[in-house]
Design a protein around this ligand. Structure first.
Ligand code: SER
Length: 460
């Protein structure tokens, strides 16, 4: 089943149950605590906290999301994507656990002929908040267990877990609550028995049902936060990973091989002459390209341009990691705009705004690729020399002074130096690098004060 079809089925299912269909917000949705929208609930946050009255009691959406915290894992696991689409149904003080669980079960296990997803009910596992984790749930989330049992999930496939796994918040102050997650067992070939507690690759989480009931005033970790108050209403916030469902239903091994990502990998493979599936390291690089090209396309569509700070820097890093991966696969020619165009071909059906922005996107991409080529060309000789010197001296660390020089003279962001050094088996003396950066910043400030002008940021 194509990814777009999965999205359509989900939205139709909840629309038929009186949910207002809300189009995806921009990735740059204005929330001061976030760089990018990273969950389907972000645009609804004011309705959950009661800061604004909800214009509807129920909503359903397919939301564009970007998360780059796990960028190093992209391509290496089955499921880490920097861009992904989150399907969600939401209740603002309307229905609660019973309906969320019953509908979740029905959509996941109902037959495809009836418009549902058709997963085998015997392969479904669920998790709930366990006993002794939360003052409101001394015996664990018994209500969630009750509703899962009532739809037919056997007790042995309901696992109790800690706050770390089964309490959801935004990672910053905001709404939160216990949650219950739906997993699909991919089978013994993918890992040991024992449910999600034993292995989260074999047992793949596809859907998180959050029972929003509290507002948090401080968040220090997933399981370490302060509760300010109970929310004015009990709400439902669910998030299902479209890419994860797609890879299960398309019978492929990971999210990069789904219909909305793989065409970029296929074209990169043609250009480089490296066959996907022939070599594990090449495959990781091809998957990085597939993922990063799509994320770059979606970020540029929503108005981001490459730069040295914040959002622009995230985009620049994605574009540059993808260009470097092509080079490491042996392809030196320009290619980024072509790959972006391949991604456009599979994404614009769901996001027509890509076509409206295409002219701008292709210009930005050409400029960025050319300027990065110049940066690499200029800095690589110094980098290679520094690596040679470290190795000759028997050291496995690249000096911070060299990293600083690469940054200051050749515009190598530290991430690039770190990645290139790691490929050579070297670490980087980051403490020394930061020291030099701080000294430079202080010099710039002193200079600016002397001139009575504004300090120039040297962040990169
Ligand atoms: N907010 C929850 C999540 O992101 C469910 O939508 O997982």
């Amino acid at each position: 089943m194509r990814a777009a079809e999965i999205g359509r089925r989900y939205v139709d299912f909840f629309a038929a149950r009186d949910h207002t269909v809300v189009p995806s917000a921009s990735l740059l949705y204005n929330d001061p605590t976030l760089l990018f929208v990273n969950a389907g609930m972000v645009p609804f946050k004011p309705y959950f906290t009661g800061a604004e009255p909800a214009p509807f009691r129920r909503a359903v959406s397919l939301q564009k999301c970007v998360r780059t915290l796990d960028i190093e894992d992209v391509g290496k696991t089955t499921r880490h994507g920097t861009f992904f689409q989150m399907l969600g149904n939401f209740s603002f003080g309307d229905y609660f656990k019973a309906e969320a669980i019953q509908w979740g079960w029905q959509l996941v296990t109902g037959s495809q002929a009836d418009g549902c997803l058709g997963f085998d009910p015997d392969k479904v596992w669920v998790t709930v908040l366990g006993p002794g984790m939360h003052p409101d749930y001394p015996n664990g989330d018994e209500e969630a267990v009750h509703w899962w049992r009532s739809v037919g999930v056997p007790q042995e496939r309901i696992q109790a877990r800690s706050l770390k796994d089964n309490y959801w918040h935004m990672g910053v102050p905001g709404p939160g609550g216990p949650c219950s997650e739906i997993y699909i067992d991919r089978g013994p070939a993918f890992g040991p028995e024992g449910g999600p507690n034993a292995d989260e690759d074999r047992f793949l989480e596809i859907w998180n049902l959050v029972f929003q009931q509290e507002e948090l005033s401080a968040v220090r970790a997933k399981d370490d936060f302060d509760v300010a108050r109970q929310l004015p209403s009990r709400n439902i916030d669910t998030g299902a990973g479209l890419e994860r469902i797609a890879f299960l239903l398309q019978g492929v091994d990971n999210m990069y091989e789904t219909d909305e990502v793989f065409p970029v990998i296929a074209r990169a493979s043609e250009l480089t002459g490296r066959r996907y599936g022939a070599n594990a390291d090449d495959d990781v690089r091809l998957r990085v390209i597939g993922d990063h090209v799509r994320s770059s396309l979606m970020l540029m569509t929503d108005g981001v341009s490459p730069g040295n700070e914040a959002r622009g820097y995230v985009l620049r890093r994605l574009m540059r990691r993808s260009i470097r991966s092509m080079r490491l696969l042996g392809y030196q020619g320009e290619h980024l705009t072509e790959l972006l165009d391949v991604s456009r071909g599979v994404m614009h059906g769901s996001y027509p705004e890509i076509d409206e922005q295409w002219q701008r996107i292709s210009e930005i991409s050409q400029n960025e690729e050319q300027s990065f080529s110049r940066t690499l060309h200029a800095g690589t000789a110094l980098f290679d020399l520094a690596v040679g010197q470290s190795k000759a001296a028997g050291s496995d660390v690249l000096p911070g002074d060299k990293a600083f020089q690469l940054h200051d003279t050749y515009g190598f962001p530290i991430d690039l130096t770190l990645e290139m050094a790691a490929e050579q088996g070297l670490a980087v003396d980051q403490a020394r690098f930061r020291e030099l950066m701080t000294e430079q910043r202080q010099r710039a400030k002193a200079d600016a004060r002397a001139k009575k002008g504004g300090a120039v940021s040297t962040e990169a």
